[in-house]
Each structure stands twice: as structure tokens, then as C-alpha cells.
Design a binder for this molecule. Structure first.
Ligand code: NAP
Length: 249
């Protein structure tokens, strides 16, 4: 995809899992990639992988739940690369496994501040910049937990449903301004998050999936890249489900 040559792509939570794979894929297709994560070591690890493959990449540390850090992430990106074309707002946490009544205010706030407020904050500052440069593409990371309920994960499920509402609203607000905004809804994908969630037994989830297997991070990355490419030029405000059939059950 030569269209990513000279483009600048930013990925949050790119030190691990789906974010890392998407950062590597953007670089493979020629983009200059800003790898962002709250964890410097893992983020720098992704940058090193991209550079070893001959790609161009920089790490910028950012906790997406902190407005000043998000502002700085966007301003540093534009300072270094002069523009911002594509963004994958991917950073997220699963939160504690608790019923609604067991969930404390602190636990609720921790998850929602990263998973929902973090996406809103990122879009707020990304859109400001994209408007100045005449457009851009944003993909937000929701989940099948943004489509259906999951027991014991109320802050996560509420946040992921909220991301789809935010995505649709932002898409309407900026549809005439050259900014396309979509979401992806991964099913169970083999990453450190899923390994934590299943306490290492990811294959226990495979039997729940109609296709009979866990998804791989590159299967999400491919869709993110497509949503950021001109091949999806008439698509905005959509939540694309990539789940091996889970939500069709
Ligand atoms: P992951 O392997 O845990 O990667 C998430 C990355 O985000 C980690 O590097 C993490 O850093 C970082 N991060 C966490 N909180 C952050 C914050 N406040 N600011 C910046 N970075 C932060 O998880 P993943 O499975 O790749 O998940 C990526 C996205 O996909 C998430 O939004 C998740 O909800 C979504 N998703 C995943 C699945 C799945 O089955 N894996 C399914 C549906 C949706 P630390 O390691 O330091 O925490």
C-alpha cells in the first residue's frame, strides 16, 4: 500500500499486543510511526522492532487518561513529523473482574478513565490537528464487549459501548471535514491482556468461538490499516466486528 508512504500514523498502547502489531504493520506499508504507550520499555521495544525492519518510528510516552500527556503527545508528534494522518486509539485495560455491586468507585474510575475518557481525550486533540491539515483517519479500539454484555466486567463493557457512541458522534461532526472515524471490535485475540484474563489458558476461550480458534493481533491490524486507507473511502461512523463469529451466536 504505497498510499502510506509519507504518512504519519500514531498508535496508543503500542508497546504490546494489538497496538504493537498495528504499529509494525503501518511501518511495513511505509508510514512513519509514532509508538505511544504508558510503558517506556515496551514502547521502545516496538520502535526497535520497526527500525530493525527498516521502518521509521519514534516513541512518545503517554498515559491516555492524563489530559496534559495527551496534549503533549499530539504536539510532539506534529513537531517531529509536521503532520498527523492516521491514528489508532488502542490503549486499554481490562479492569478487575467483579460484579456491579462489588465494583468500587475507584475501580470503576480507573478503567473508565483509560478505556473511555482516554479515547475521548485522544480524539479531542487529534481532531484539532487533523482539521488544520485538511483531514485524517481515526480508528478507535472498542471490543465485542462494546456490542454485547460480559459478566463481571461492567466498567470495561460500559467503556467499550461508550467508544462506539463517541465514534459515531465524532464521525457525524467531522464527516464534511475530511476526517473519517471508525471503531474496531475485536473478539478474543491472543495478547498479554487475554493471557492475563484467562490466567494463561487462552485456548479455553477457543471453544466459545464459532470459528474454533483465538484471533491473532495481525487480524485486527489488517482491518485498522484498511480503515485508514482510501480503500474504505466511503466508510465512517462504523464499528467493525472482527470476532470469528462470536457475536453471531
Ligand atoms: P495489551 O497486550 O495489554 O496491550 C495494551 C497496551 O496498552 C499495553 O502496552 C499497556 O501498557 C497499554 N496501556 C494500558 N493503559 C494505558 C494508558 N493509560 N495509557 C497508555 N497506554 C496504556 O492488550 P491488547 O489485548 O493488545 O489490547 C489492546 C486493545 O484491544 C485494548 O483497548 C483492548 O480493550 C482491546 N481488545 C482486546 C481484546 C483481546 O482479546 N486481546 C479483545 C477486544 C478488545 P501496560 O502493559 O503498561 O499496561
Amino acid at each position: 500500500m504505497e498510499e502510506f508512504q509519507y504518512k504519519v500514523a500514531l498508535i496508543t498502547g503500542a508497546g504490546s499486543g494489538i497496538g504493537r502489531e498495528t504499529a509494525k504493520m503501518f511501518a511495513k506499508y511505509g508510514a512513519q510511526v509514532v509508538v505511544s504507550d504508558q510503558d517506556e520499555t515496551s514502547g521502545q521495544g516496538t520502535v526497535n522492532m520497526i527500525r530493525e525492519l527498516g521502518g521509521k518510528s519514534t516513541f512518545i510516552k503517554c498515559n491516555v487518561a492524563v489530559e496534559a500527556e495527551v496534549q503533549e503527545l499530539i504536539s510532539k508528534t506534529v513537531k517531529e513529523y509536521g503532520r498527523l494522518d492516521c491514528v489508532f486509539n488502542n490503549a486499554g485495560i481490562e479492569g478487575k473482574s467483579q460484579t456491579i455491586n462489588e465494583c468500587t468507585r475507584e475501580s470503576w474510575d480507573t478503567t473508565v478513565s483509560v478505556d473511555l475518557t482516554g479515547v475521548w481525550l485522544c480524539m479531542k486533540y487529534e481532531i484539532e490537528v487533523m482539521q488544520k491539515f485538511g483531514g485524517g483517519k481515526i480508528v478507535n479500539c472498542s471490543s465485542i464487549a462494546g456490542i454485547i454484555g460480559f459478566e463481571n466486567l461492567s466498567p470495561y463493557v460500559a467503556s467499550k459501548h461508550g467508544i462506539i457512541g463517541l465514534t459515531k458522534t465524532a464521525a457525524l461532526e467531522f464527516a464534511k471535514k475530511g476526517i473519517r472515524i471508525n471503531a474496531v471490535c475485536p473478539g478474543v485475540i491472543e495478547t498479554p491482556m487475554l493471557r492475563r484474563f484467562t490466567q494463561g489458558d487462552v485456548e479455553s476461550m477457543a471453544k466459545e468461538v464459532p470459528m474454533g480458534r483465538i484471533g491473532q493481533p495481525n487480524e485486527i491490524a489488517e482491518t485498522v490499516i484498511w480503515l485508514c486507507s482510501d480503500k474504505s473511502s466511503y466508510i465512517t461512523g462504523q464499528a467493525i466486528i472482527i470476532d470469528g463469529g462470536w457475536t453471531s451466536k
